[in-house]
Unconditional design. Structure first.
Ligand SMILES: [Zn+2]
Length: 135
């Protein structure tokens, strides 16, 4: 259950940004969640809401609006420079599950659709980013 840890980290960032800007009302927070992240969105949202309440009650910092956005995974071939996205038609559900669990294993299941190389970079969809708009 790392959803709570993630939610806590997001809340800490919001608090930090609010203090840095000297405000106690944050207008908008956007959480971008990579397709390859093994995160249960429902649990994350639940945890986030709970912690938002605590942030408001204990630190008097309020978030007006927030949004959780999914980011599609994208790969770039190191051999031919092709860029492609995760095709769930060619990757089985079992493989996806393994990839979610151990992202590094992705190189075993996915190859460049143009030259067949397993040497590629994950350029999007891996991490989690948080953008805080104080005003
Ligand atoms: Zn290639």
């Amino acid at each position: 259950m790392h959803e709570w840890a993630l939610a806590e980290a997001i809340i800490k960032l919001i608090e930090y940004k609010a203090l840095e800007s000297g405000i106690n009302r944050v207008n908008y927070v956007k959480v971008v969640l990579g397709e390859l992240q093994q995160v249960d969105e429902e649990i994350l949202l639940y945890a986030f809401n709970e912690l938002l309440n605590i942030l408001k009650n204990e630190k008097n910092i309020e978030v007006v609006k927030y949004q959780l956005v999914k980011e599609k995974a994208e790969f770039k071939c190191n051999r031919c420079n092709s860029i492609w996205s995760l095709n769930t038609n060619t990757v089985s559900a079992d493989e996806l599950e393994m990839i979610h669990f151990i992202p590094e294993i992705i190189h075993s299941f996915i190859s460049c659709p143009h030259c067949g190389s397993h040497d590629f970079e994950i350029i999007r969809g891996r991490g989690l980013s948080v953008i805080v708009y104080p005003q």
